[in-house]
Design a protein around this ligand. Structure first.
Ligand SMILES: *Cc1c(COP(=O)(O)O)cnc(C)c1O
Length: 384
């Protein structure tokens, strides 16, 4: 399989150079819009592209309000803050995620509870979440969800749409309602992914998207908070911009704020990238189909989108028959300049989260030992 995969990937990208996992593609109005911000001198927090970019995202996702931020971690931090997560609170999330999910919690003084992922989505498993809560939580007289052993408030559930594959959101929402917990989606990887026709990130009260250089589209660095309620969105914008009360010259701030606003320079890139997003997604689906065909009939299993969802196929992935095969494939492909990667080491193995509360993580551990990500940049041939 090793050589078959390498020649397949080289054939797709038509190059003998190094092939990265996911590279940015600029084939639209990127230069034009970025140059425009420089010509206008509005490169920083004021400028029309920030608002245009937010409008693009609102229109595309159907969210009530989108607020642009400096990166996805900042978006997640703000989303959790808006969801009411405070120091000492517990937040249920995946051990199988990128570290940013947990870093955002950590810096609020909150702590993660790691719950297993589902084999269907590779994201937070609703059944495992319900089982964890049944065994470990109670509702107090105020209706708050309390961890029985530690007495801490379990405030939010943060599923992550792994590689763009949407988690089972209806089922998670049922758990949230039963236990009076807020749903915050880490949709960092899932711009362009839909759950039963709804864009990911629009089901939870708040969610976060990332536009880092390796994501589906990029602003260099950047993020977006999606707010289900318009009023929450207005408040979210307020706190990401130092909570300054508008006034022609006075400086007055009415609550603690963040300086998380996306610069206009980056937003310009985002506006141009949004114009080509549909084409990227089309190309990425074609590529996913090609990988699926390549691995069909082999003992490597292609990770396909869940039946209830449409994935953006941000990163293609396969499940190897065993860890030995996985290691050999990783070694050989990388040696030959075709980048592949194992999944992130599970969060509860990292020094700062090793003492975190956790449920059974059988599926997460199985995925950790078997999964490989494959080169997934859209094969994009320029503007139509
Ligand atoms: C990319 C990513 C983030 C946030 O990324 P930034 O680099 O801060 O934009 C958060 N969570 C997950 C799962 C991610 O993949």
């Amino acid at each position: 399989m090793n050589n078959k995969l390498i020649s397949f990937v080289r054939d797709i990208y038509q190059t003998n150079d190094f092939i990265p996992l996911h590279a940015p593609t600029f084939a639209g109005n990127e230069k034009k819009y970025v140059t425009d911000t420089i010509d206008s001198t509005f490169v920083s927090s004021v400028g029309k592209y920030v608002e245009d970019f937010e409008k693009h995202i609102e229109f595309y996702t159907g969210t009530a309000k989108a607020v642009a931020t400096v990166n996805g971690t900042a978006a997640l931090h703000t989303a959790l803050y808006m969801a009411g997560v405070k120091a000492g609170d517990l937040v249920i999330t995946q051990a199988l995620t990128f570290v940013a999910t947990c870093n955002a919690l950590y810096h609020m003084g909150a702590e993660p509870i790691f719950v297993d992922v589902s084999k269907v989505s590779l994201g937070l498993c609703p059944k495992a979440t319900a089982e964890y809560l049944d065994a470990n939580a109670k509702l107090n007289s105020d209706g708050e969800c309390i961890h029985k052993k530690t007495g801490q408030h379990i405030k939010a559930i943060v599923p992550m749409h792994t590689f763009g594959h949407p988690v089972e959101l209806d089922e998670l929402l049922t758990v949230c309602l039963r236990w009076n917990i807020v749903l915050v989606e880490d949709a960092a990887e899932s711009l362009g992914s839909f759950y039963k026709g709804k864009h990911t990130g629009t089901i939870g009260d708040f969610s976060a998207i990332s536009f880092n250089g390796n994501k589906v589209i990029t602003t260099g660095g950047g993020g977006m908070i999606l707010c289900k309620s318009f009023d929450d969105g207005v408040h979210t914008r307020h706190i990401t911009t130092t909570a300054k009360v508008p006034h022609p010259y006075e400086f007055y701030h009415d609550e603690p704020g963040f300086n998380y606003r996306l610069p206009n320079l980056n937003a310009a890139l985002g506006c141009a990238q949004m114009e080509v997003l549909p084409e990227f997604l089309k190309q990425k689906r074609i590529l996913a189909e090609q990988y699926k065909t390549l691995f069909s009939g082999s003992d490597f299993q292609f990770v396909a989108e869940p039946r209830y969802a449409q994935s953006n196929y941000w990163l293609n992935a396969i499940i190897c028959p065993d860890t030995e095969n996985r290691n050999s494939l990783l070694k050989e492909t990388n040696k030959q300049g075709v980048m592949t990667r194992p999944i992130w080491q599970l969060m509860h193995r990292l020094p700062m989260f090793k003492n975190a509360l956790k449920g059974d993580l059988t599926v997460s551990e199985w995925v950790e030992g078997h999964l490989i990500n494959l080169p997934s940049s859209p094969v994009y041939l320029g503007v139509e």
